[in-house]
Design a protein around this ligand. Structure first.
Ligand code: HEM
Length: 356
């Protein structure tokens, strides 16, 4: 692996700030609030009779934007903490918590589904607030004086290569089709469902589905190990983004498989499809619970595709390609991912294309 990936703009001691250590747990702690506010505003807009609703919709848009900004704040804080070459124990802990807090959207969905199944739906936000608050307290009491020497060894090359090969295999046998399927929502639920039924002959085949799930399990375990190793050392912004996307996906995959296999198929006894994914009949926008699925799905599609683009950048650098070209592939890949994600979510929120 080329060392250029790890050659960094390191953070000077003078730019270190103690407040930075608490940005991400606090961002994760308040993450549900803008979504609660969004629901309150759209309810006001929906129930307003004869009075203008633009103010409520404007406030709702700002709050939704804020819900996206909070995980972004965690990524930015992970980037700054990852630039420190010789972190203190508190800085290393805060760096790892910053990566974890990027996953606040899938954690909110995962904990929400688990508490729903336990019949304690209202407790999810409180449990998460206590969890993030406790992490902030642990950082506050952690040693912020002793500087750690970075370990000389990077994550095993063989494991990184196996992780990349399995991810590419899953992209080819499942993920590419699964995401392409969601574009059909722009035509309508029927089109989405008929494509899904055709594709299920492949990925739900008795000999493919267990292999697929085992592949995802391997990605989760190896991804966790790689993230742990890579966050030990200072890294550049590109690599930090790649690891942050990976940590998000780790919890997204656990949450998503729990929702579609355990919650839908076992707990509710239904076959999850378009209606389940879009929170029918209320939909994603107008339901107090379902609104959490909007940033969750958008970031899920965006980060899975951008994570693959980041992997392509790392492979290009390792094979001696120009840094400018490799960076361009990643940035271009992220832009395409954002567009794909937006189109899928517009379809899920009701936008329809009509062909004449
Ligand atoms: C807008 C985004 C997404 C939506 C709406 C969505 C929706 C769904 C639905 C409805 C199912 C159950 C239907 C079926 O299995 O045929 C499902 C299954 C699944 N999805 Fe997604 N998905 C999305 C993104 C993703 C992403 C980004 C990943 C991977 C990182 C993923 C991984 C999976 C897996 C592993 C299954 C289980 C497949 C099986 O064995 O049946 N999904 N998804």
């Amino acid at each position: 692996m080329s060392t250029t990936i790890y050659n960094l703009n390191t953070q000077s001691e003078s730019t270190r700030s103690r407040a930075l250590l608490f940005v991400s747990p606090l961002a994760a702690m308040i993450y549900p609030l803008p979504l609660i506010g969004f629901h309150a505003c759209v309810t006001v807009a929906a129930n307003a009779v004869g009075s203008p609703t633009w103010l409520a919709w404007f406030a709702a848009s700002i709050l939704l934007l804020l819900a996206f900004m909070l995980p972004l704040a965690s990524i930015l804080s992970a980037m700054r903490l990852s630039a420190i070459q010789t972190p203190t124990k508190a800085e290393l802990l805060a760096r790892r918590i910053a990566f974890l807090s990027v996953a606040s959207p899938p954690l909110f969905t995962l904990v929400g589904v688990i508490f729903y199944m336990l019949g304690m739906s209202d407790l999810d936000k409180w449990v998460l607030a206590v969890f993030w608050g406790a992490l902030a307290i642990v950082i506050a009491y952690c040693d912020d004086h002793t500087q750690l020497t970075p370990p000389p060894k990077l994550a095993e090359a063989n494991l990184r290569i196996s992780h990349g090969i399995v991810a590419t295999g899953i992209l080819l046998i499942f993920l590419g089709f699964h995401l392409a399927n969601h574009f059909f929502g722009l035509i309508g639920p029927e089109a989405h469902t008929s494509v899904m039924k055709a594709l299920r002959h492949i990925y739900r085949a008795p000999f493919i589905e267990p292999v697929l799930l085992a592949g995802f399990l391997f990605l989760i375990i190896s991804g966790f190990y790689l993230a742990w190793q890579l966050t030990n050392k200072a890294t550049d912004r590109f690599r930090t983004f790649q690891v942050a996307a990976g940590v998000f996906l780790l919890f997204f995959i656990i949450s998503h498989i729990n929702a579609s296999l355990v919650f839908a198929r076992v707990y509710l006894g239904i076959d999850p499809g378009w209606g389940f994914a879009t929170g029918a009949p209320t939909g994603l926008i107008h339901d107090a619970w379902n609104i959490r699925l909007l940033p969750y799905y958008w970031l899920g599609v965006f980060l899975v595709l951008s994570h693959l683009a980041s992997g392509a950048r790392a492979v290009m650098l390792a094979h001696g390609k120009q840094k400018k070209l490799a960076d361009g592939v990643m940035i271009g890949g992220a832009a395409v991912s954002a567009l794909a994600s937006t189109l899928i979510l517009l379809g899920m929120c009701g936008l329809r294309l009509h062909f004449v």
